[in-house]
Design a protein. Structure first.
Length: 306
């Protein structure tokens, strides 16, 4: 999942800003571009999410100047710099694009072929503009690398049923290396599941799936009770004698899930509240791995004592 945190970057690069004009920060005066005429990709790299729908994605090409006539530009693939195969792993709708008169942006349309791309494949291709060299800005060049990333459809039901739990917390504070648990959809909260006794019997936990960014499928964890201090440390600490769990994403620990492989990587910060009274004592930040398995796999684990 190391590549999971990539984002589609089809936003405004400096090239596109120059193509559209610049606003001053103080007076918001419009300054029109008055330099040479260039044509370029809006960005040098992007990640193309490949979904079951196999819809086309627009990759913008921008011009620094607007003209009163149409301009047709060729786009080709640099095969030597690509390991993805056109026609097998992806398709380009057309190898020519037209920047219309009075406009300065046009799109190359590409799509990945879902069934031909594996979960862990590291595939990319390089697009190259077929254009007069005088139209190429040396600073930005005339190429763009497109990485293909398979995105399986999200279904909350896939994260219910049996799951295994492994955790660095177990390595430090428990005598087991793995637990077998059951999970179900939280009927009261959207895109949320309940993990039944993931670490200690009688202490359920809930986690929430974000679905607004398909290239960043993140997990959110609300502050909640994790266990008793007696379970964790063999004695009572704090006014309430409990350990709580909180989401450490604000400190850069991002928890995420995989729809293709049905697992959740959860970073969790654990702390003892009111120990001593009026203070919270952090225990540490731990990594928890939840992996959903079939009923048959769960039955085999039960026979092994889980």
């Amino acid at each position: 999942m190391g590549t999971l945190m990539k984002k589609v970057n089809l936003g405004l690069s400096l090239a596109l800003i120059l193509a559209l004009g610049i606003f001053s920060s103080c007076d918001e005066d419009y300054i029109s571009y008055d330099g040479p005429s260039y044509i370029m990709f809006a960005d040098s790299t992007t990640v193309l999410p490949v979904q079951v729908s196999e819809e086309y994605t627009d990759i913008p090409i921008v011009a620094t100047k607007i003209y009163s006539y149409d301009r047709t530009i060729g786009v080709e693939v640099d095969q030597k710099s690509s390991n993805a195969v056109e026609g097998k792993h992806y398709e380009i709708e057309s190898n020519t694009i037209t920047i219309k008169a009075g406009e300065n942006v046009a799109n190359v349309r590409v799509r990945g072929i879902y069934d031909e791309i594996g979960i862990s494949d590291n595939l990319s291709f390089v697009l190259k503009l077929v254009e007069d060299k005088s139209q190429v800005w040396d600073v930005y060049g005339d190429e763009m690398t497109v990485s293909l990333y398979k995105v399986c459809p999200f279904n909350l039901e896939d994260f219910t049923g049996y799951a295994t739990v492994r955790s660095s917390w177990m390595n430090y504070y428990m005598t087991v290396t793995q637990r077998l648990i059951t999970t179900e959809i939280d009927p009261n909260n959207e895109n949320t599941i309940i993990l039944h006794s993931p670490f200690y019997d009688g202490y359920d936990m809930s986690i929430r799936f974000t679905t607004d960014d398909i290239l960043n499928p993140l997990i959110e964890t609300d502050d909640q009770v994790f266990c008793s201090t007696a379970d964790a440390f063999g004695t009572i600490y704090g006014d309430d004698g409990i350990v709580r769990i909180m989401d450490p994403s604000s400190s850069g620990y991002l928890s995420y899930y995989s729809c293709c492989e049905n697992f959740v990587n959860q970073y969790a910060t654990l702390y003892v509240p009111n120990y001593p009274t009026g203070y919270n004592v952090a225990v540490g930040t731990f990594l928890n791995l939840y992996t959903w398995i079939t009923d048959d796999e769960a039955e085999r684990l039960k026979l092994q004592g889980y």
